[in-house]
Design a binder for this molecule. Structure first.
Ligand code: GLU
Length: 520
């Protein structure tokens, strides 16, 4: 654990989730948003959503809306962001475009950045030459920049002429040679990087757009961000960010960093990808996503019948561990228990079976009335015409047997429709001479029950079995198949009570007439 605390200063905590709208939000991104949210709530701070859309070539229509809808579905509500403009608006970087140039120019004036005019071909030649010379990761850096076309190598008047001429250029950060950059990461402890391993990243392009690195630092500073909580894939960029804070004179306001561990695939090593989800049959996105170019549809947790609470719970525990072994947490409990100090450095393996377990737990604990509301769309789409009260009854019977919301309807279809086929295995094994008679007698006896509740039918049914010296396994399995078509399911007398007397009678009678000749 790092030797320092996650929240030492008395500044109001302000954190941000800063996705680029380049596609649907992956589970890893949702977890980043969640941890930011939990951290903000825990410390009484603000949680911002900032859309980092400076790279227009990677912009995907619909991605921003998707991100916002995902956060809304999960209840990860932001205090400031698109549609919730606060003091620091706008929250979309493309709308902040005019703000960035001055900082790129400030860096040039102070000698920490420079203009570079190299063409794509020239950059490619540089790479090839460096590779030939034995470099494994050729880059534009403190050595190679000296032989390229930039304001460090060209005379000042030529630089000016090129700019006035409208020649395309970029502005690059001038990484100092052989210095150690220290970074205190709240998850990883002290990280030290030698600047010789860094490249002169592009900060600004001649189209007037900053790149991610510049826009991100400028906005974090202007928006008074105190903690940068983001995925581990951004750790290699962090030393450059630390240098930018220093070069811009903002070191005193530099946020604390916390780089979250990767979410790993369930089997083998490596980051969890959409391909793993497709291969193993689970969603890696919160909501269903239709790719606007290919039309390809990727499944989502919401559409697959997950509770948002379960998804939150699953994600919270992917990389963070509570002090005790508690596994089920409400959002409020997570806010209470969460701390960056308990986030692990090691990648967290995604466990799909566990994800289903969480959903089952949530499903079981959801009140019937609420569950019925969630099941209703599936029931309607499936053509079931039942009252709310009936649906609640069906939920009560099926909730122990369902993993997903839609299972209540799909696995419990016989609660909504009379069977059209009968489980042959059970019938072949259990139907004995005389079974049909016994079933008719039992049906007649049950039909006299006034209360017609699960309990009253059960005591009546059991008394009848006893009086006829029959064990439960003698005819009840056949009774169940005639009633539901299936060999197993929830308590049989509860099913009778839910279906009601008339439906029970008509199902058993038509089941008997269909099956009797075949089995007796
Ligand atoms: N725009 C970056 C992303 O897409 C933000 C990284 C950060 O949080 O600094 O993840």
């Amino acid at each position: 654990m790092p030797p320092y605390s996650e929240c030492m200063s008395d500044k109001k905590v302000r954190v941000r989730f800063a996705p680029s709208p380049t596609g649907p939000l992956h589970l890893g991104g949702v977890r980043t948003a969640l941890y930011n949210y939990l951290f903000a709530r825990k410390h009484g701070g603000d949680f911002l959503l900032r859309i980092e859309d400076t790279d227009q070539t990677r912009y995907v229509p619909g991605a921003e809306e998707y991100i916002i809808e995902s956060l809304k579905w999960l209840g990860i509500m932001y205090d400031e962001g698109p549609g919730k403009e606060g003091e620091f608006a706008p929250y979309r970087q493309s709308e902040r475009k005019p703000m960035y140039r001055q900082y790129a120019e400030q860096l040039i004036e102070s000698g920490h950045a420079y203009y570079a005019f190299d063409t794509t071909e020239e950059l490619e030649t540089m790479r090839v030459n460096l590779q030939k010379a034995g470099s494994s990761s050729p880059s534009y850096n403190f050595i190679s920049r000296n032989s390229m076309k930039n304001s460090l190598t060209l005379p000042a008047d030529e630089v000016q002429r090129r700019i006035d001429n409208g020649d395309p250029y970029v502005i690059r950060i001038k990484i100092p040679r052989n210095e150690e950059v220290h970074l205190e990461d709240l998850v990883r402890g002290v990280v030290v990087v030698n600047t010789n391993t860094l490249d002169d990243k592009v900060l600004f392009k001649s189209d007037g757009m900053p790149t991610y690195h510049l826009a991100n630092i400028v906005d974090d500073y202007l928006m008074k961000i105190t903690h940068v909580i983001r995925g581990e894939e951004w750790l290699p960029s962090a030393p450059t960010h630390v240098l930018l804070y220093r070069f811009l004179g903002w070191e005193a306001d530099m946020p604390s960093f916390a780089h979250l561990p990767l979410i790993l695939k369930p089997d083998g090593n490596g980051k969890l990808s959409k391909r793993d989800g497709d291969r193993l049959g689970f969603p890696v996105f919160p909501l269903q996503w239709t790719d606007p170019n290919s039309g390809e549809v990727s499944s989502g947790y919401r559409e697959s019948g997950y509770f948002k609470e379960a998804v939150i719970n699953i994600l919270a525990l992917l990389g963070w561990h509570p002090t005790d072994n508690q596994e089920l947490f409400s959002l409020d409990e997570l806010v209470e228990a969460f701390s960056l100090e308990k986030v692990s450095k090691a990648g967290a393996k995604f466990d799909f079976e566990k994800a289903k377990w969480f959903n089952r737990e949530y499903l079981k604990s959801t009140p019937d009335k609420e569950l019925a509301e969630a099941v209703k769309p599936y029931a309607i789409a499936g053509g079931a015409d039942v009252s709310d009260e009936y649906l609640q009854g069906a939920c009560r019977l099926m909730k122990e047997r369902a993993t997903f919301i839609k299972d209540v309807f799909e696995k419990g279809r016989y609660l909504f429709f009379a069977p059209s086929a009968y489980d042959e295995n059970t019938l072949a094994k259990k139907w004995k001479p005389g079974t049909a008679d016994f079933i008719s007698q039992l049906l007649a006896d049950l039909s006299t029950d006034e209360a017609f509740t699960g309990a009253s039918l059960e005591s009546r049914g059991k008394a009848w079995l006893e009086a006829n010296k029959l064990g439960f396994g003698a005819i009840m399995p056949v009774f169940r198949v005639l009633l539901t078509g299936e060999g197993e399911g929830p308590a049989i007398f509860e099913i009778c009570a839910l279906l009601g007397k008339e439906e029970m009678k008509s199902r058993i009678e038509s089941g008997l007439s269909v099956c009797k000749s075949k089995y007796e």
